[in-house]
Design a protein. Structure first.
Lengths: 410, 420
């Protein structure tokens, strides 16, 4: 497969990226509008999330139901959701319906009706989304962990808060849309069975008249860090651990991801082996790299019955401490093959590819070729990981637990 | 484009494969036709526990070696257990397909060592604990049990804390010898690999597997208990409701119509339940899915809402089901459902892992291979008459209702329950 991607920046600042995939029949569109939850107005946490639902309730000449029917008529599977910095509008369908999808999405973005009478129902839905987290302890602990480790607004939950949702007015919603929906800073990425030239013309046709505007970035507060316990009557105790890492684009980024893979890449990785395989302490234990533009962290998770929770936390932390004691060559060989194949396998579908080229563009201002990623992975070695871990040792932990008991933390 | 192959080994093992030389990866899966419905009471949870034990190694490998060998080739591998199937699979870059196949074939003759058995028992109990904290998942387990009653499809896949604690290694060994016989296993491949190399390799690796014969009982159609059950769990915040109705079995030609009917009633966008419950914020989510089993099938209509709205929402959901029966569906709704199904099918088929599941399951249930285009046509051909047939043969309003959440009271709505 060709790894060549196309890009074009329109006069109004809108960026278009495309990856032709001639062997597939589908096309996926991914639109990132610079209107993420970090932009939620003070006191109205959840605004971007509410807006992501409201823009789908009628746009252009089509009311709520007609718009939904128009998208279903072309088999357009779609999703609008608030991300950190962007509101994401995603859709996938057969390639022949791509132009109609762009047409509908352009109305959703530039001409949403934002009907006042729909707002109470949408607020009700958003509030229920928050309530439901109480029944999903794993998600709940990870949300609390991010909040505490990154601080507001970066670490906020996209769902917002019950008080925030309650405070959202129709007036405020329209103002928020007007302020943040703009072509400069918006990325449209398309992947699938497409042709580049006609695509540029279509995007020009549907988004070319969209007017630029400027908007200040939100102020970031200092994170709290430390230990937080959330008391809850559950079978298991949920454990979340976070510590600082380097972000995507940093020269040590691949070594940082290498270190995560030593801990959690595959079932022969250290956490899975020590916590689950050797001690049977839990079913689910993992570590991952959480990335923002300027900051990043390693997040670790384990869920275990209350009686075993202290031991699970202790074993997990001791594995983190052991990283700087040495990395084996055979571990590195395994994780490199794993990183390469998961990259290739995960990008088989047009949806995944459309998503990842947009992520590259946002963080790096360009799209990495597959060859470049492979080369960077080849460059990882036991010594590069070790050097990285010594420079950025696992410390300054933020820890959040949820369940029956508090734990003893360092 | 893709081509299909099949063969049967002398011990009864079936090998099938779809080759697509455009794919970037290759996948291999061992589909064992066994699951919780094939368990006796003493064996409850053994299929799933055994699935974990398979990864603990064989005569040739211990658990750590299994994990290392998979990771060495960067395999994306795992397994799952359902009511009717236990499937072990691995997706790799094409050059590692042979190695992935070798590891899977090896561990499918597991040693089931006592020390591993005792350690993994702890992990299974943790997995049960994890699901118990997740009411949105638990309610489906309860709903299935309520609907199927004494029918073995009501068995829990995980088993209970009690049944897992009591389970003996010998019981698992016996179950393994009974169920993991060559004639009860289909080896499947998809993506970019050589069929000749693959089939020869599997035939050789599995030649000493015992032929045997594994039975499956109680293949009769069931229309469900029609019970109404409220499970009170004070620690929950939201109320979770599942309404189960009878549907066509996996082998029925009506399964495509049933899939579209479920989509019309409860897809997550633009369906009847969406407009009646979600668009207006009465429920957080609502949907309907059709599940096909060996010999029987079911529609699962479910919603999650604030407890105080449950009574009303339940009445609305049932009224939606009722109106499908009394007023039928429109041509437009059918066309819309087809559009969605076609688009999803095409996109799903772009993933090698997805083709493995499709090709494998189609063979396990129907002994048939269908190209993507044949599957697309099957959906395309569904007409109003077939939708009507589903509604006539399977009484959608014969509902078994299960609610799980903080509510201590919920009235059974007054509807006439059709007879079996």
């Amino acid at each position: 497969m060709s790894t060549r991607t196309h890009h074009h920046v329109f006069e109004n600042g809108l960026t278009l990226l495309a990856q032709p995939m001639p062997h597939v029949r589908s096309a996926a569109v991914n639109i990132l509008v610079p209107s993420g939850y970090v932009n939620d107005p003070v006191g109205m946490a959840g605004m971007a999330n509410v807006l992501s639902e409201m823009i789908q309730r009628g746009a252009g000449k089509l009311g709520n139901k007609d718009l939904s029917l128009a998208m279903d008529a072309i088999g357009l599977d779609r999703n609008c959701s608030a991300g950190t910095n962007h509101l994401r509008i995603w859709g996938a369908t057969l390639a022949r319906n791509l132009e109609r999808s762009l047409d509908l999405f352009s109305d959703i973005i530039q001409k949403p009706m934002l009907p006042k009478d729909e707002l109470p129902a949408v607020k009700q839905l958003s509030a229920q989304e928050i309530l439901s987290l109480e029944d999903e302890p794993r998600q709940k602990v990870l949300i609390a962990l991010k909040q505490r480790h990154f601080g507001s607004p970066l670490g906020n939950d996209r769902r917002g808060t019950l008080e925030g949702i309650k405070a959202i007015t129709h007036e405020g919603l329209k103002k928020f849309w007007k302020k943040h929906f703009r072509p400069n800073g918006t990325i449209i990425s398309v992947a699938g069975n497409i042709e580049w030239k006609p695509l540029v013309d279509q995007v020009e046709k549907y988004f070319g008249k969209w007017k630029q505007s400027e908007c200040a970035a939100p102020k970031q507060q200092k994170p709290e860090g430390g230990y937080l316990h959330l008391a809850k009557d559950t079978q298991q105790l949920q454990i979340g651990i976070a510590y600082p890492s380097v972000p995507f684009g940093h020269k040590d980024y691949y070594s940082a991801v290498g270190a995560v893979n030593v801990l959690s890449g595959g079932m022969s990785s250290r956490l899975f082996t020590e916590v689950r395989e050797k001690r049977g302490l839990c079913y689910s234990v993992w570590a991952s790299h959480q990335n923002f533009k300027e900051v990043a962290a390693i997040l670790c998770y384990a869920g275990t019955t209350t009686q075993q929770a202290q031991q699970t936390l202790d074993v997990t932390l001791s594995e983190l401490a052991k990283l700087s004691k040495g990395i084996k060559e055979e571990e590195v060989r395994r994780l490199k093959v794993g990183m390469k194949s998961s990259m290739l396998i995960s990008e088989e579908s047009s949806s995944a590819r459309a998503g990842s080229i947009a992520v590259d563009w946002y963080y790096l201002g360009r799209v990495r070729t597959i060859e470049e990623i492979q080369k960077a992975i080849d460059g990882i070695s036991a010594s590069s990981i070790l050097e990285h871990v010594k420079k950025h040792p696992p410390e300054k932990f933020t820890i959040v637990t949820l369940g029956a008991n508090k734990l003893v933390t360092p | 484009m893709s081509e299909f192959h099949q063969m049967q080994c002398s011990n009864g093992l079936t090998i099938i494969g779809e080759v697509n030389d455009q794919a970037r990866s290759a996948a291999v899966g061992f589909f064992v036709r066994t699951g919780s419905r094939d368990e006796t009471t003493e064996e409850s949870g053994v299929s799933h526990f055994l699935e974990h034990m398979v990864f603990k190694g064989s005569r040739n490998r211990d658990a750590m070696q299994v994990n290392k060998d998979f990771d060495k080739i960067g395999a994306n591998y795992n397994a799952f257990t359902s009511e009717e199937n236990t499937v072990y699979y691995a997706a790799t870059l094409p050059e590692y397909h042979g190695q992935a196949t070798e590891i899977l074939a090896d561990i499918l003759r597991p040693s089931l060592r006592s020390a591993d058995f005792d350690m993994e028992k702890k992990v299974i109990l943790e997995e049960i604990g994890m699901y118990e904290d997740n009411p949105g998942w638990m309610v489906f387990d309860h709903a299935r049990r309520e609907f199927f009653g004494n029918h073995p499809l009501g068995n829990s896949v995980l088993g209970s804390v009690q049944s897992i604690t009591d389970l003996k290694r010998d019981t698992m060994v016996d179950y393994f010898h009974k169920r993991y016989v060559a004639s009860n296993i289909t080896v499947v491949a998809s993506g970019n690999y050589s069929w000749k190399k693959f089939s020869n390799q599997v035939e050789k690796l599995c030649s000493n597997w015992k032929p045997g014969s594994a039975r499956r009982d109680h293949l009769s159609q069931t229309t469900g208990s029609a019970e109404f059950k409220l499970l009170e769990k004070k620690s929950c915040t939201q109320e979770n409701v599942v309404i189960v109705s009878p549907g066509p079995p996996a082998a029925s030609p009506l399964r495509y119509a049933a899939g579209l009917l479920a989509n019309i009633l409860g897809d997550d966008s633009g369906s009847r339940l969406y407009w009646a419950l979600v668009d207006n914020g009465l429920a957080e989510s609502a949907d309907c899915t059709y599940h096909e089993y060996d010999g029987t099938g079911a529609f699962y209509t479910s919603f999650t809402c604030e407890p105080k709205r449950t009574q009303k929402d339940l009445e609305i959901a049932l009224a939606q089901i009722q109106s499908i029966i009394t007023k039928g569906i429109t041509e437009e709704e059918l066309e819309q459902a087809k559009c969605k199904a076609l688009s999803r099918l095409v996109r799903a088929s772009e993933k090698t892992m997805n083709r493995l599941q499709e090709v494998g399951m189609s063979w396990v249930y129907l002994r048939k291979y269908k190209t993507i285009d044949e599957d697309l046509q099957a959906f395309e051909k569904v007409n109003m008459r077939q939708i009507q047939q589903v509604l006539e043969r399977y009484p959608l309003m014969r509902v078994t209702t299960t609610a799980l959440g903080p509510l201590s009271k919920l009235k059974k709505p007054e509807t006439s329950t059709p007879k079996k």
